[in-house]
Design a protein around this ligand. Structure first.
Ligand code: G3H
Ligand code: 13P
Ligand code: ZN
Length: 330
């Protein structure tokens, strides 16, 4: 059993209060390996942004939970070495059981998500409450979810989405004691967030997605004023990356994300955590494919993972400075 406090991490409580007050959102970037972690810390130190390092169940399986935990501890020291002691949260993304959440809390996570959104309402309440009771004994913060996002990831899949019903949020927050709430207002996981038939096409033939349901967000804010709201599935799927990937041997079709202006707008509200994973995957893939095509004789992993890390850092810094508004808030 190790407390996140011994590792130099923080929970989300103060971070979210400041973000709501200041009209910005904290970036929650997923990581599975060293280069992603380095890029996140380099970018957030340079931008002077607080950050949430997110670990999914798939990431734990891929990288090993012990290694990820020590990497997060290393991230705290790395940030200091780079010159800025930014607040860093280690967060479990889409926890699907009490046991998984407990394991993470016992291993030094400072925040966990219990995603009971696919369960019947009462079961979601009971499971979330159980996690909150354990987490709060250790001063770990908990994110719950109401409403279902569409989209497919390794461990997160849903065929049918439904928006969060504002009528439920007050009851859910009161009964469970959660510290933040993930909602569904039209975002979705992955690089293909919408079917082409849900979109229009602009003059260049690029898909334009339907706008986020800000009306639902407003209604939710009215029911639970000042309560921290989380947006999952918030990658913007930069078309420059899609183009680079597809002109360097890739085959991404109809990839479309959430326009950055809409995320900037959301960040000004009670949305205080914005989850971004797919954009990082695209940045890395675009950089690696470019090296492979332009330097086919290269076989030193540092020669393609290095440029991938640099591209990731550029992307993350841009998110903090121009999209979430978290730059300068550390
Ligand atoms: O929301 C899901 C995240 O993008 C994590 O994806 O389960 O493939 O690691 P993953
Ligand atoms: P994206 O797939 O849009 O990056 O969403 C990531 C996410 O919500 C992680 O929980
Ligand atoms: Zn998610």
């Amino acid at each position: 059993m190790v407390s996140y406090k011994e590792l130099g991490l923080v929970n989300t409580r103060e971070m979210f209060a400041k973000a709501i007050e200041g009209g910005y959102a904290i970036p929650a970037f997923n990581f599975n390996n060293m280069e992603q972690m380095q890029a996140i810390i380099q970018a957030c130190v340079e931008a002077s942004s607080p950050v949430i390092l997110q670990v999914s169940a798939g990431a734990r399986k891929y990288a090993n939970q012990t290694l990820l935990r020590y990497m997060a501890q290393g991230a705290v020291e790395y940030a200091k070495e780079l010159g800025k002691n930014i607040p860093i949260v280690l967060h479990l993304d889409h926890g699907n059981s009490f046991e998984l959440c407990k394991d993470c809390i016992d291993m030094g996570f400072s925040s966990v998500m219990i995603d009971g959104s696919a369960l019947p309402y009462d079961e979601n309440v009971a499971l979330t409450k159980k996690v909150v009771e354990y987490a709060h004994q250790h001063d770990v913060t908990v994110e719950g979810e109401l409403g279902v996002l569409a989209g497919v990831e390794d461990e997160v899949a849903s065929e049918h989405s439904h928006y969060t019903d504002p009528a439920d949020v007050e009851d859910f927050v009161k009964k469970t004691g959660v510290d933040s709430l993930a909602i569904s207002i039209g975002t979705s996981h992955g690089a293909n967030k919408f079917k082409p038939e849900q979109c229009t096409r602009n003059a260049e033939g690029i898909l334009v997605p339907p706008p986020l349901r800000f009306d639902i967000l407003k209604e939710i804010e009215k029911r639970i004023p000042g309560f921290p709201i989380v947006l999952h599935g918030s990658s913007s799927v930069p078309q420059e990356y899609v183009k680079i990937i597809n002109t360097h041997g890739g085959a991404l079709k109809d990839a479309v994300g959430i326009p950055e202006e809409q995320l900037r707008e959301a960040a000004k509200s009670a949305v205080c955590k914005i989850n971004i994973d797919s954009d990082g995957r695209l940045a890395m893939t675009a950089a690696v494919r470019t090296v492979f095509v332009e330097h086919p004789a290269e076989f030193d992993p540092r020669k393609y993972l290095g440029p991938a890390r640099d591209e990731l850092k550029k992307l993350y810094k841009h998110k903090c400075e121009n999209v979430l508004g978290s730059a300068g808030k550390a």
